[in-house]
Design a protein around this ligand. Structure first.
Ligand code: NG6
Ligand code: CA
Length: 496
């Protein structure tokens, strides 16, 4: 991309344009297709994200690769389907589920000379067996190819409720070591079941163990008092770390993966955002997430990096209202539809499980902004970004990922012709056909208490989204050949 004219001002531009683009991935947790004002929400305003949508490409058929967090993240960072690793939602003391001796998305960026960072929620496991939080915790993101990491080790609702910076728990007092258990109660801290009076919000049994910062969590934790986080500080802590990484690496290309805690439970937005919507904590957490996005985009602009940065904004799975805490999400929802009419939500094989907002901006490189209906899976970020930064990957690296870079740069370009979706079962899209494989396996006990429609059935389902985008009429009996073709396609992918 050289400049025709070489006046001094244009030379500067040419230099910036020739530098490889930075890549920033904003990854919201549990944000539904209908949760942004740029995707039709009216009860919540998301001006910062909407500005990205206005300027870049706004996708209407983009998908997380799974309907829950760990598998979606696994696929994004490895370019392989999570079922190959049987990656399901992980406990907070689980070992790292990505093989750190194999290629990963951050290692791929490093090969091209990038600095890489992850700032936010991890939930991919840490260590290689039992984790001693008082010693350097590894392997983890550093071993996977991130030069810098600042993390919530699992999720906001799981112990340990401490930050992990690179290999170490931040602010830990060696005289007050941390211990974590997912089996039995340990330590002196009160638990939710016994001390509901201490709680900011009541929780289901699973989330009623150790209380930290007035919020009961999944699992028990002992010690580590000086290292405890305060959930309300998240928006400042994480944006500060991200901004610092951007400033420190502005001279060379970088990749920043920014997985939010918001709008996952427990939702505990800072006072600055409380009451900003009529929807209570869940709505206010969306506003907080939008503010954080704006802060980081502003930093990119302040450093003169925005034009040459490709931003991907998306979510790890569909929406859920009640995910274990009585935080008013259900009662205060009003007319808001977090799934924008699509069936299901988080955990579900129906469309709302994985059809999420996705926005791409890249002022120096977008060929065509606007609305795109390309079929896209986040698993394709791996190979598409490799193409963007000029790497030719061996066939066995990220082998489930597809290079669909044109669809990331041009609102009129085509995406995938078919796409696998993971939930408790597997589904597949081919154009507007949606096939859901039958499922007879086990599901976690708590799933029965969720109001989400899982889409699980012991018989297969087929929907024609062109006439039935809400997946109401199973047309499998009328279309046996199509169902067979799609079932065979799943088998082919599974056996690849
Ligand atoms: C479930 C939790 C839920 C949430 C989810 C992970 C229970 C009853 N529910 O096990 O609250 O933490 O895991 O969400 O424990 S995800 O977005 O990270 O996949
Ligand atoms: Ca999630």
């Amino acid at each position: 991309m050289a400049c025709a004219d070489n006046s001094p001002a244009d030379m500067v531009t040419a230099e910036t344009v020739d530098k490889k683009p930075n890549v920033v991935i904003f990854y919201v947790d549990d944000l539904g297709y209908g949760d942004l004002s740029s995707y039709g929400a009216t009860q919540v305003n998301t001006p910062n994200v909407d500005a990205l949508a206005q300027e870049g490409i706004r996708y209407t058929d983009a998908h997380s690769s799974a309907a829950t967090c760990t598998p979606s993240r696994y696929s994004m960072l490895t370019g392989q389907y999570a079922f190959r690793r049987e990656a399901a939602i992980l406990p907070g003391d689980a070992p790292l589920i990505i093989d750190h001796t194999k290629p990963t998305l951050p290692k791929m960026f490093k090969r091209a000379g990038y600095k890489t960072a992850v700032v936010g929620k991890w939930h991919l496991g840490l260590g290689d067996g039992f984790v001693d939080w008082n010693k350097p915790v590894k392997p983890g993101p550093i071993e996977l190819g991130f030069d810098y990491s600042f993390l919530i080790p699992a999720t906001g609702d799981r112990v340990p409720t401490v930050y992990l910076e690179n290999h170490d728990v931040v602010g830990l007092d060696p005289n007050d070591p941390i211990e974590v258990s997912y089996e039995k109660r340990i330590g002196e801290r009160p638990v939710g079941t016994e001390r509901p009076d201490l709680l900011k919000m009541q929780a289901d049994l699973q989330h009623s163990r150790t209380i930290v910062n007035g919020i009961s969590r999944i699992g028990w934790m002992k010690g580590g008092k000086s290292a405890e986080w305060k959930d309300e500080d998240f928006p400042f802590v994480f944006t500060d770390k991200a901004k610092q990484f951007i400033r420190e690496n502005k001279e060379q290309p970088f990749m920043l993966f920014f997985p939010f805690n918001d709008i996952h439970v427990p939702r505990a937005p800072h006072d600055m955002f409380v009451g900003k919507t009529s929807m209570g904590r869940r709505g206010d957490a969306i506003v907080q997430m939008d503010w954080m996005t704006g802060q980081i985009v502003q930093e990119l602009k302040a450093q003169g990096l925005y034009e040459n940065t490709l931003i991907i904004f998306s979510s790890d799975n569909g929406p859920v209202l009640d995910d274990g805490y009585a935080d008013g999400a259900v009662e205060m929802i009003g007319d808001h539809d977090p799934a924008a009419g699509f069936r299901g939500g988080k955990y579900s094989a129906y469309e709302a499980g994985t059809r999420v907002p996705m926005i791409v901006t890249y002022p120096n490189g977008l060929k065509n902004p606007g609305e795109s209906d390309a079929l896209i899976s986040q698993i394709d970020i791996y190979r598409s970004m490799a193409e963007l930064i000029g790497l030719d990957l061996p066939a066995d690296e990220a082998f489930d990922s597809r290079n669909i870079l044109p669809a990331f740069l041009d609102a009129n370009a085509k995406g995938r012709d078919y796409m696998l979706e993971e939930s408790f079962t597997l589904s597949i899209r081919e154009g507007n056909w949606k096939y859901i494989a039958p499922f007879t396996g086990d599901t976690p006990d708590w799933l029965a208490n969720k109001t989400v429609e899982t889409g699980i059935s012991d018989t297969a389902e087929l929907y024609d989204l062109s006439t039935d985008w809400q997946e109401q009429n199973n047309v499998i009996e009328q279309n046996p050949e199509i169902a067979k073709r799609l079932a065979d396609k799943i088998t082919e992918i599974v056996n690849k």
